[in-house]
Write a protein that binds this ligand. Structure first.
Ligand code: FE
Length: 330
């Protein structure tokens, strides 16, 4: 009797890990965007993906505080600024993956391979189609021209998205020119900076602002709901460096005990099967250039991306925040 029970429990021990394989993913990406991807992976591989959701800041603090006791195997978050921060906090480990290096372009991943971009969003110019002709638009810097006085709308400077945009502008055009641009923007504002991109786009739609800067997926979401709003999309800086892009991305946590499985999951996310699932639900572009964007997103047109490494958004973040403050950008 005892022997039988022992044999059964030994058998269970041997079998259990196979069935109980689980990866814990800390994610600041909205649950409804990630859940279908996690479910697809589970269906394919039998690996259960446990999602722990929070905003990027608190999530990274939690991971840091937990240290080697953290149950997290993978970190997924949005914006190169946050991903860079995660590397600075020592939360991630380098990944050695020919698959990821083959699927994800160099500018969309950490130069030291600690994280890889999985979806791309452009932060570009939007305009009221009744009041502005696309021929009047060109660059982010040109929105500082007095021509736009009382017509420009921006999101608040405390959000990481414009910090990243200004961070890459600093790298591309230097301190003096960037300061001139940001001061010009502030002088052209039609309204106090907005707390989110959707409110900003709605203000363009209502004619309160003529032009503004926002992420493409907010435009996609809004046009789904209100397709008749007179808002156009314009890809900035096409004659120069290209439109500012950013990513949502993933890395393997420093203290995971399942590094190989965690890497496999991220590799799968970068492949053709998962890329559309990962990007399309949020109206984003697949990071893998071999994968076509969703038809709705493709309809906005092809554009040239600024291929500066997105980690510059992080390494220049402090400087960007200081510059925006000095320029009076709230
Ligand atoms: Fe967002």
């Amino acid at each position: 009797m005892m022997k039988k029970a022992l044999a059964a429990s030994v058998a269970l021990l041997m079998v259990a890990p196979v069935f109980a394989e689980e990866l814990v993913v800390y994610s600041s990406r909205a649950d409804n965007l990630l859940r279908p991807v996690a479910d697809a992976y589970q269906k394919k591989t039998g690996v259960t993906i446990k999602l722990v959701n929070d905003k990027a800041g608190p999530l990274m603090e939690k991971l840091k505080a937990e240290g080697s006791n953290s149950p997290a195997d993978v970190l997924i978050t949005v914006d190169g600024g946050n991903l860079w921060q995660a590397t600075q906090m020592g939360l991630l480990r380098p990944i050695n993956s020919p698959v990821l290096n083959g699927n994800i372009p160099a500018h969309l991943r950490d130069p030291k391979n600690q994280w890889y971009g999985l979806s791309v969003r452009a932060r570009t110019i939007f305009y009221n189609t009744a009041k502005v002709k696309p021929a009047e638009l060109s660059t982010y810097a040109a929105l500082a021209d007095p021509k736009w006085k009382g017509r420009l709308c921006l999101r608040t400077s405390n959000n990481v998205y414009n910090q990243s945009l200004v961070g890459t502008m600093l790298a591309n055009q230097g301190q003096a020119k960037t300061m001139q641009t940001v001061k010009g923007w502030v002088g052209n504002l039609a309204a106090q900076p907005f707390a989110d991109d959707t409110a900003l786009l709605e203000a363009i739609g209502s004619g309160r602002c003529d032009v503004g800067i926002a992420n493409t997926y907010y435009y996609g979401r809004l046009m789904d709901k209100k397709p008749n709003l007179p808002i156009g999309i314009f890809f900035a800086d096409q004659q120069g460096k290209g439109t500012h892009v950013n990513v949502s991305g993933a890395g393997v946590t420093k203290h995971t005990k399942k590094a190989a499985q965690a890497q496999k999951f991220i590799e799968w996310l970068s492949g053709s099967e998962a890329q559309n699932l990962f990007a399309d639900l949020n109206h984003e572009y697949p990071a893998n250039p071999k994968v076509n964007p969703d038809a709705k997103v493709a309809k906005w047109g092809k554009f040239k991306q600024d291929v500066i490494n997105v980690s510059v958004a992080g390494s220049n973040q402090k400087k960007a925040v200081m510059l925006m403050k000095q320029a009076g950008y709230k």
